[in-house]
Design a protein around this ligand. Structure first.
Ligand code: NAI
Length: 396
């Protein structure tokens, strides 16, 4: 299987690569990998040794340097693992191609120092998609891969106005030939993959394959997609705790979440346009689960010294019997990439199996992995996880 990472030199991507290498070398057990739970043991999931890695990027920093920086700044990986990864990372560097910056906004454009050779023919999104597809096809052919899963772990883009999202594939396709095409890079990557019949996973809050017109493309090409925005920390807690308040008939009056962290993702989210996409993705859940809208506030602040370590402090003000107000507070201190990478790998394994089984369109049984799951699944974590287990049971 090919794993094609969009944002291949980012924190989640390099940690996922290190995770694959650690599994291959027996340097780590299956802790935090959902796909390693006993209820999925019977599934013919891809083996770690059988994954070939490549990707698109807009920064040129060598992968080994990125992994070392993560290790140095955030003290997450053992020096033994960092050293063991170096030779493999050098090989993967040669498989990384320049991506596209179409409609990514100024904050992401600022990061870029890895560009395709200047090509006057490449002016419109359709031309860019052709280049991205040529990279994917070349990767698949050279390594004789049956399939490739395209995983978007690139920086969060500003979301375009929903009124401009294409409702049909015909509409999306026509807009690719126009300079005013509103779709962002994440959607161009999604289209590039799906048109080739390859599955696409969007681990970010960016638009990706969310518009109905792009979902239609997936169905037309008999392939599948999953998204959006990995549910790794604070939102995971929300999707577990909000159902508890609902089940005890406790009235949540307000839910405030403050997030502070210091990695590159946090730097990009410091821009109000990029931050808005993340906040929207984090905020919709509580109202959906409770069935009413308490006052909510979410803040995301970049505090450089914290590196990849994120602290979320949530303050939940609720009303009990006889109108008595009470408070639940929690702090979640997690290492962002270490939380995200195993979920990204689980998604690659599950989605590749779904593709082999002929599943098409959005995959709602993967909702437990996402903050804003596509395909109209239930909002409560327990229901979402049951859906994953039921899907697995149908394969026994
Ligand atoms: P990062 O900032 O370390 O990595 C993003 C990478 O994407 C960078 O190397 C950047 O150069 C690259 N990139 C940006 N635009 C690109 C484009 N148009 N084409 C190709 N590459 C591009 O961020 P990190 O921490 O790895 O997170 C990745 C994404 O996953 C972010 O969107 C984040 O919001 C999302 N995410 C992360 C979670 C976590 O770390 N716990 C949880 C849920 C989502």
């Amino acid at each position: 299987l090919g794993l094609w990472l969009i944002g291949a030199r980012g924190g989640v991507a390099v940690t996922a690569i290190a995770g694959i290498i650690a599994q291959r070398l027996g340097l780590a057990d299956g802790t935090a990998l959902v796909s390693e739970l006993p209820q999925f043991a019977h599934l013919p999931l891809v083996k770690w040794d059988d994954i070939v890695i490549g990707g698109h990027e807009i920064r040129s920093a060598p992968l080994a340097d990125e992994l070392e920086r993560l290790h140095r700044e955030s003290r997450v990986l053992s020096p033994q693992l960092v050293a063991a990864c170096r030779p493999e990372l050098e090989k993967i560097d040669a498989e990384i191609r320049p991506g596209t910056l179409w409609n990514v906004g100024p904050k992401i454009t600022e990061l870029a120092d890895f560009h395709p050779p200047r090509n006057p023919q490449e002016q419109l999104p359709r031309d860019m998609i052709k280049r991205l597809q040529a990279d994917l096809t070349d990767f698949q052919t050279r390594h004789k891969l049956d399939s490739v899963v395209v995983l978007n772990v690139a920086s969060t883009e500003p979301l375009p106005n929903p009124a401009l999202w294409p409702a049909t594939w015909a509409e999306a396709e026509a807009s690719l030939g126009r300079p005013e095409c509103p779709l962002p890079a994440s959607s161009l990557y999604a289209i590039a993959a799906l048109e080739l019949g390859l599955p696409f996973v969007n681990f970010t809050p960016s638009l990706g394959a969310l518009p109905a017109g792009i979902d239609e493309l997936a169905r037309l090409r008999n392939t599948c997609h999953a998204g959006r925005d990995g549910k790794t920390g604070e939102t995971l807690m929300k999707s577990v705790l909000a159902p508890m308040f609902a089940a005890r008939n406790l009235k949540v009056m307000s839910w405030v979440g403050h997030n502070i962290f210091g990695n590159l993702d946090g730097k990009v989210l410091d821009d109000p346009a990029n931050k808005q996409a993340k906040i929207q993705s984090k905020d919709r859940l509580i109202t959906e689960i409770l069935g009413y809208a308490p006052q909510t506030l979410i803040s995301i602040e970049h505090i450089e010294s914290l590196g990849d370590w994120k602290t979320a402090w949530d303050h939940i003000h609720f009303q009990g019997f006889l109108g008595t107000p009470m408070t639940l507070q929690f702090t979640w201190q997690g290492c962002d990439s270490i939380l995200a990478a195993p979920l990204a790998l689980d998604l690659v394994r599950f989605v590749s199996l779904a593709k082999n089984r002929g599943e098409t369109g959005a995959l709602p049984w993967l909702a437990s992995f996402f903050k804003s799951p596509q395909g109209d699944p239930p909002a409560k974590f327990a229901d979402q996880f049951r859906a994953l287990e039921s899907w697995a049971r149908t394969l026994s």
